[in-house]
Each structure stands twice: as structure tokens, then as C-alpha cells.
Design a protein around this ligand. Structure first.
Ligand code: SAH
Length: 227
């Protein structure tokens, strides 16, 4: 097993080679990713590979996103310390931890109770307490806690869920999410100014499907323990 110094070296190389070289330049995002122990978010067998340029399995058929995608989404959201964020698809909690580090408060929803439990434990161990993890179908957002300055969806949706747009802050609300079929999606950035929404397509990507009312059907993922 690598030592913590070795992990720090791998992490620094990850930031320089996978992020900076590909154009990520938000200082706060880069500093956070240089400090965040990604190896704490994967199981023993994947720890030594935690800083590779790829997603990795986290159980339940799900994955921790590729570092570049985490950095790219975080940068494009233009996160500010005073923001309240809704994240849909907690997964390992790695992206969640980065959001917790960069903003005031994070609500995160995960469909698999086991993954939600593990993520909550890791975030607690890292000392984050500005986080509220919910277990359930995040495709409907969290109407009781709305509105959110930022919304990030880390699983693919077949089309833009209107219900999430209505939960965005009126002024300078921003949401980032992958929209497409199960094989390939486009990462979209939705910006809200009052009743005006603008959509930009950023890049092609491949995420696991969001399973739920405004996502894909759950026949794809029958082993889930709670739906
Ligand atoms: N950002 C996470 C990515 C996890 S993959 C990470 O880097 O670890 C996407 C996650 O979305 C999976 O954990 C999956 O279980 C979850 N998911 C799928 N459909 C969902 C839904 N309707 N509501 C909440 N979470 C969902």
C-alpha cells in the first residue's frame, strides 16, 4: 500500500497532468483536488489506482467519476463560498467532499442506502459537517430545501428534468448535468436569470444512468435495495 507521502505525490501529478494540462485553471478547484485524499473514497483493492485518469468501481455497479470530470464540473459551476448546492448521485462522496470544501452547505441525494452510508462516514471522518445526505430518488430534487444556487447531477438523464430547473436560484442559478442515452451523453450547463434559462453544451461524456421518476427506468438496476 502506498504511504501518505506517496499518495500526495500521485495526487499532485494527477492535478498537473490530468487537470492543469487540460485547461482547468480555477485555483480553488485545483487546490482542493491537490489536497483531497481520493484514495479514501475507494475500496482497498483500488486505492493504489485512485489517482488514475479514469472512473473506478465503488460497488452496486456504480463508479467514482474520473478526476478530470469532477474538476471540470466543479470549475464550470463557478462555486462560491456562500453557495448552497444540491448534488444528485452522492456515490463515493468524492465530488461531495469537494463541494463541501468550496461552498457553504451541500444537500446530496443517493439512491443506494449503502453508498450513502459509506459516503456520509467518509465525509464525517474528513471533518465535513456542512452536508446533509438523503437516501432516495434525486431526480425530483429536494423541493422542501429549494432553491439552490447550484445543482450538479452526477448520473445521466434522458432529458432535462424541468422540476430541477424550478429548484434553481432565480439570480445566477447554475446547473450542470449529463443528458443523453445510456451510452453517451452531453454535459449541459443551464444558467438561470429570473425566468430566463440558457443552455450550453460543454462536452461529450459517459455517466452511469440516473434511475428514477425523471431518469431511466429501474429495470436497469433491479438489485437496488430500496425502490
Ligand atoms: N460523484 C459520484 C458519482 C457517482 S455515480 C462519485 O464521484 O463518486 C452516480 C451515482 O448516482 C450512483 O451512486 C448512483 O447510485 C446514483 N443514482 C442513480 N440514480 C439516482 C437517483 N435517482 N437519485 C439519487 N442517486 C442516484
Amino acid at each position: 500500500m502506498p504511504t501518505s507521502r506517496e499518495y500526495a505525490r500521485m495526487r499532485s501529478r494527477m492535478v498537473d497532468e490530468q487537470l492543469v494540462k487540460r485547461g482547468i485553471n480555477d485555483r480553488r478547484v485545483l487546490d482542493t483536488m491537490r489536497a483531497m485524499p481520493r484514495h479514501d473514497f475507494v475500496t482497498e483493492e483500488f486505492k493504489a489506482r485512485a489517482y488514475e485518469d479514469r472512473p473506478l468501481p465503488i460497488g452496486e455497479g456504480q463508479t467514482i467519476s474520473q478526476p478530470y470530470i469532477v474538476a471540470f464540473m466543479s470549475e464550470r459551476l463557478r462555486l462560491k463560498p456562500e453557495h448552497t448546492v444540491l448534488e444528485i448521485g452522492t456515490g463515493s462522496g468524492y465530488q461531495t467532499a469537494i463541494l463541501c470544501h468550496l461552498t457553504k452547505y451541500v444537500y446530496s441525494i443517493e439512491r443506494h442506502s449503502r453508498l450513502a452510508g459509506l459516503a456520509g462516514q467518509r465525509l464525517g471522518e474528513l471533518g465535513y459537517n456542512n452536508i446533509d445526505i438523503h437516501v432516495g430518488d434525486g431526480s425530483q430534487g429536494l423541493p422542501d430545501q429549494a432553491r439552490f444556487d447550484r445543482i450538479i447531477v452526477t448520473a445521466a438523464v434522458p432529458k432535462l428534468p424541468t422540476v430541477l430547473c424550478t429548484q434553481l436560484a432565480y439570480h445566477d442559478g447554475r446547473m450542470i448535468l449529463p443528458v443523453g442515452d445510456q451510452q453517451l451523453q452531453e454535459l449541459k450547463l443551464i444558467s438561470r436569470q429570473g425566468e430566463r434559462f440558457t443552455t450550453r453544451t460543454l462536452l461529450r461524456c459517459r455517466f452511469v444512468p440516473l434511475i428514477g421518476r425523471y431518469g431511466f427506468s429501474d429495470s436497469l438496476d433491479e438489485d437496488v435495495d430500496l425502490l
